[in-house]
Every structure is written in C-alpha cells, then in structure tokens.
Design a binder for this molecule. Sequence first.
Ligand SMILES: O=C(O)CCC(=O)C(=O)O
Ligand SMILES: [Fe+2]
Length: 269
Amino acid sequence: MSRKNIKDYRQQFIDQGYAIVENVLTPKEAQKGANILLDKIRPESPESYAHIWGTRRQLKTPQHSIPRIAQFATHPKLLEVISNMIDGPFRLSAEPIPVTTFSGKVCGNLKSRNWRGHTDGFSNTPFLEREGSFANAWLTFADIEPSGGAMTAVPGSHYLIEKATSKPKFRAEKEKDNLYTAENNLEELDWNPKEIVLKAGGVFFYDGQVIHSASDNMTQQPRLVCLYNFTQKGNREKEVNARQTIHERFNSEHLKKMDDQMKQLVGLV
Ligand SMILES: O=C(O)CCC(=O)C(=O)O
Ligand SMILES: [Fe+2]
C-alpha cells in the first residue's frame, strides 16, 4: 500500500503501538457474539484458564474453539479493516482466542495507580519493518467502559522497548521479570498508560512490544472480546510450510466444518 492513502488507524497504530476502529460489527451482530461468549465461558469453565490474570479467562486454544465466534473473522467489514492494516494478501493464522473478563481484579487499574504492564516477548525485527505484515485484532462484543477490564497500553512505548532491548543487560532483566510499573519505568518514557475503551462492535489492534496489559474490571459488565491473529501471506514455500502446521494452530474439528470462505482465510485450501 502506498503511504499516501494509509488509513488514520494504521498511522495511529504506527505512532502509538495500538489503534481503535469503531463500528465493525452492527450492534445486533455484536450482541449475538456476546450471548455466545457468555454461554461458553463461565467463571470456572475448564475449557478456559486465568493463569495470573484474576478474573480474566481465556479459552484454551486450539483444544477448544468456538466456531461461531471464529466465523466473525470472515465479516466483510473486519476483512476490509485488516486489508488496510496488512499489505497484500493475508490469512488468519491461528484459532481465534475468546476472552471474558468478569468483574474483579486482573492486573491493577489506572485509578488506583497500581496497573502493571508487560510486553509479549521481544521481536528481533524492527517495528517499522514488521508493521504492515500482521494484525492482532481484538473484536469486542460488548461496550468496554473505563475500569471495565480494558487492555491498557502506554502509547509509543514500542519504540522505547525496541531501543532498550538492543542492550543485553536490559533484555536479560526483562526476560526474567517482564514487568513495567510507574515506579520502575524506563527513564525516557512518559508513564501515561491509557485504557483502550470502545463500543460493542469495535476492534482494536496492538503490537506485542508496546507496554500493555489487561486491567481490573470494576464494572458489572463482563469484558467480552476475541483475538484474531492475521498475518501477511508469504512466498509459495512459506505458505506450503504453513499448510503443514495448520492442525497445530487450529482446532481439528473446527477445520473439518469450516465453510469455503473460512477454509480460504485460514489457508486450508
Ligand atoms: O486482555 C488483554 O487486553 C491483554 C492481554 C494480554 O496482554 C495478552 O494476552 O498478552
Ligand atoms: Fe500481552
């Protein structure tokens, strides 16, 4: 894509490390998704886990999947947005991951100033080279209000993390203790975490190297989201290799019953 007609949200993603697009699903479509999620993920359901995340429960994938939630990956409006985030052809690279954050504590919150951030590992490719080759798209099925379990992120921190991790000492420290707080913040970084709040039917993107985390849900409304990982298609060899590992990345029962569009999107056909 030429830099001239780059969409505002892609530019925002480049500058901040995350971005929001509203109104991808209609309220009715979002409501449908919300009902499915509420039915499938319960506070104690064994198909999901919380790890260290308090009341945030994530479906264990690919063992478990929710095909009707995964199907939103083929929504025309979502696909259009993804086509503006990724240059050229792309595919859905893994079983979508539904997440419900029930009321309660997760990882601190901005009001009580105890929110803690992390990064999702370290990439060896500079962000500006990776940008345009992937999209971690979180679709939301219910409004996410302030203090409602939103993802929280420090705008622009991906560039500082990139710079800092080029130093072996910093990198080793963070590989041991992947934690960022207002108190132990990076010297150069303005500690201004923002909650990614948005209306039902919206989508947000983030880069794993922006300082981010989930946060406490102090409201009564569960946060209902699903993560769709999209990746740019590679050359023939890369795509042939990807096809060989598809059963490690997707639920086998789900693969069997996908419609043609979904099969195309995951690279099965
Ligand atoms: O649920 C969220 O918004 C953030 C979770 C997170 O940081 C992660 O999955 O790595
Ligand atoms: Fe994360």
